[in-house]
Every structure is written in structure tokens, then in C-alpha cells.
Design a protein. Sequence first.
Lengths: 369, 269
Amino acid sequence: MENKNIDNKIKNLTKELKKLNDKKFKVMFFVYDTKGVPSGSLTYIYQTAYKLKELGYTVEMLYAEKEFVGVENWLGEKYAKLPHFNVSKDMVNSSPSDFLFIPEVLADIMGKTKTLPCKRVVILQNYDFMTELIPAGVTWGHMNIHDCITTSQNLANRLSEVFPDVVTKVVRPCVDDIFHNDGKEKQLIFNIISKDQNDINSIVKPFKWKYPMYGFVSFRYINGESKETFANVLRESVATIWNDPFTDFGISALEAMACGNIIIGKIPESEPEWLIKDGVIQDNGAWFYNTKDVHSLMASVVQTFMQDGIPHDIYDAMDKTVAEYRTDKQSADIEEAYVKGLFETRKTEFEYMLKALETYKNNGETKEK
Amino acid sequence: MKNITIIIPIHKYEEELLERALKSVPAENEEYEIMFVGPLDLCYKAEKLAHKLKIATGIVNVENKGETDFVSQINKAVYACTDQYFTILEYDDKFTDNYFNVMQRYIAEHPEYSIILPINEYYEKGENGELKMVSFGNEIALDMSFVDEMGVINSDELDKYMDFNCTGGLFKTEDFISLGCLKKSLKIAAWYEFLLRAAYKEKLIHVIPKIGYQHTIGRDGSYMVETQKTITPEEGKFLVKLAKQEYFFKEDRNKTFEEEKNKKVEEVK
């Protein structure tokens, strides 16, 4: 009886291992619907999913909303065309060789999927989101989650302070190639990227009061545009005011940089690694801690731009920063973290388990003899 | 090959100011030509100074014996101009350091632009004789609440605003001539009427977001101040009205304020 069980286990495990070897296992990403509103976090997940699809894996996007709008309008068809499944309607099966990636904010999904046989991994992009839905006292470990993909070493370090047993791998966000500087002359337009539309008042009005001479400077609040429109808008402007103090990374600032915008940015609490290295603020933008300082920085950008005197050094520093987050870097990170770090490791685990089962079975048979 | 002629009208020889202006022109540069226009003796003096300062390589003097008013000087110089573009430097003004670099970039990127106007900085003399900046010029074309398309001046904008400053602007020589050049009878409204005509003929007029020209205002002896002294407020209004009527015509129809006044008197009679 026991041998029969072991045989079954060996058979199943061999089947799962074969799936892993043949790339026939599923790589599932749980996503949430933003109802057509662009989201940096979702972009990151879709970029990862698409890359894995390109590498030949079977990718599935899972969602729970009854009416799912998706990403086509703002992220584009290529991402929207990834296979999507509604977990409440479609039959979504999983097996031990499969992987399910869950965004940090969806703690309820982590709990509900606790008994699934697949490997579950959290994608952590925002530390604050992680704490949103999870009950106090409950850890990821309680929900059988021991692996995490995150966007920076800073965030990995913060996670290890609360969940030291979670193994974390870093995959950098990626600045899509659509965000590039076309080298054309810029217009004197300041974009404002901020989660709070009230920033327009606190930034624009005092600027016009303090510097009436620059009353002709135009401002544009960017929110909800498709990726193409966003890139085009950035490309024609000289600067972007970036105010996202609670972000853990700030990909939109890098996208603006990639389009040749001088970033006038409030330094986020998390101090992203592309902005502050070893405690030193980088020279890749005009940075401030206090909003009252933004106006003088804006005035100095207007003045130097109109005098055609923005130093090349700042553009060089911007290019250098963005180069660290281009598609090639993210692809390399994905290969390292997903393919080698998770899929290959899973394979090795299965091989060891198989070997152990076979040894156990052989030892049993020897004893019986 | 040269591609920009810098026209410098000389109606008076004031060496200190001219030296300041000439120093803002690229030195010994194959791409630029200086063209002094005015009475020949003044042009020669200016040329001598330019050589002394090692400014530009080609200097052409255009003699203007009779009509030394600004419009006539410019038209005469433009007809003598062989380069693709020209700009105008008044001898009491100056270009900013990057003016020529900036303009070369814009004409390379936008060969379709017929007129490129930089942002001007207006200076006036302070109490102690020092120049101080008082305002910008042409910047209204960058204000999205004023223009339909940033930097573009078309008929709608010209209908609302007339004070664009064209000295320091870069003009396509061929377009300027084909449009019929400036009209002398429009006097202080000559540039305004020309812009209206250019917009009417669908020439592209762009104000670029770069400071390119430093303009001294209210200086005694300057062409503008001297001209303004001869024009009454009534004639000023008449000239603006005239500009709005005459831009349909290529030729200068030589309408004058006197004629208008006489016509009114006749009508009253």
C-alpha cells in the first residue's frame, strides 16, 4: 500500500518535473483592474508577464472583478492580448509545477490561495500597499508565502525587517523604449505628475505670484493618458514636476527623464536608489524636500532653459540613470530572478524530492527482500 | 557656405554702442556675413571697426543715399542679400551668446519656418546710466492661454496682439522678398503689417522659447524713439488700422495720415 503511494508520488512528481523541463507549467499573475486608469505597478507586472511569454513560458493573467476593463486603452494591445482568466467564472487549475504571482496589496488573495498546490510568490512594489489589507499579526509566512520579487534592494531590505524568512529577489522596473528623447527642441512647458491634483494650486499659483515675469510659462497636469500619449507629451516639454512622496520607486520620473525632461522632484520618503546612492543625492535632476523650495527651482529651470544654458552634465547624468532601467536590464533581472531563481530552483527541488522518494522506495524494497 | 546675413542699419555712428553690438556677432565665422546699410561713409567706419574686432569674414556695405529710414534701409539690404536667411541687429542692441547656435539648430530642425522670432529682453537705462532688464518681448506667443499652438503666431493672435518685436528675428530671404518686404508708409506699424501679411500668406511664424536678443528701449537717438517723436497718437492709431487694411496687398499703396485727414475734412464738408 505504502509503495503504491510512493509510486503515485513519484509518477506525479515526474510529470511535474517534465512540465518544468518542457516549460509546460503555468506562470500566473494575479492582477487587479484599475478601470482604465494607468498604473505603474500594473505596468511592471504586465511587462514581466510579457517578457516571460517571450521566453516561451505559458503565461496567464488572473483577475476577480466581474467587469474587467483591462489595460488595452492605456498600456496597449500587446499586453491586453495576454490570456486573461476570471477566477470566479473560469476554471483555473493549478499544479505543483505552476507559479502564482500576487501583488503585495492583495493580501486576501494570498489567504484564499493558501491551499493551492502551486508555488506562490508576492510581487512587492510599494511597502505601504503591503500593509493595507493584511490583518495585524498575520504574516506572509502564515499564508505559506516565502518568496518575493521586489523592485529595489531598498525595498528588499525593508521587507527583511518585518518578514526575515521571506526570500527576496530584485527585478528592476523598466523604462519602456517608447520613452526616449527625440533630440528635438523642447517647448517651455512644465508637466506635473502627482497623485494629488491639488498640487497644481500649491505649485503653479505661488510660482506665478513669486515670478510674475514668467507668467507665460505653461503647465500641464498629466493623469490617465495612454503610454504613447504620455511619452509624446513628455517629449515636447522641457521639465516635469514630480511629486509622489510615498512612492517606493518612481518609474514615472525615470520615464520623464528618458524623454529628456529635467525633473523637479520632491524626494520621496523611501529615497529611491536611482535618486540617492550611499546617502548622496544624485545630480540627475533638481530635487527638493520641502514644497516651498519648488518655485525657485522652477524659476531657475525656466531661466537656464530660455538662455539655452541647461548644463550637459545633467542630461548625461539623466541618461546614465535611465540606462540602468532599460528593457535589457529588466530582462536580465527577470532571467536571474524568475528563470534561475524560481523556475530552476523549483526544478532542483523536485529533482531532490524525486531522488529522495526513489531512494526511500528502493530502501523499502531492499528491506522487504 | 554662408547661410545667414546679419543686417546692421546704420543711421548714426555711435562707436561704443556699435562695438557692443558687433561683439555679439560670431567672430571670423564662414557661415555669417555682415551687411552694413546706410550712408556709405558710416558703413565704412562701421566696417573698419568690425575688422578691428575681427568680427565675421564677409562684410558688405549697402549704400543708401536718400532714404535712411529704417524700412528703406532693411528693404535695400534684403534685396542685396544672397544668403538663405537674414537677421537684423540694431546697433544699440545685441544678440545673446547662444543666439546663432540656437538659430542654426532651429533652422535645421524646421526648415519650413519662414520667420523665427526669439524671446527678447528689454533693457532700459537706470538712474545711474546702467542698463537694467525690464521685461521680455514676444513671450506672449508661449502662453498657452493666448495662443492656439505654442509659439505659433497666426492671424488670430495678431488680431489680439501687435507688439511682436522682429529685430533679432531670423527671416527666410526668399519669403521676405516674395511677400513684398516692409512697407515704408506703415512707419512704426511696418513690422505688424508685415507679420499680418506673412500670416495671411500662410508663412510659418514661430516664436522660440529662447532668449536671443537684448533690446534697449527708450534710448534718445534710437531710430524708434526718433520716429515716435514724429508721430502723434492719432497717427499711431491710424497706422495700426492701416496695417489691418493693407496686409492683403503686396505693394505699398502709400496711404498716409494726411490723406486720411483730408478725406475726413472733405466728408465733413
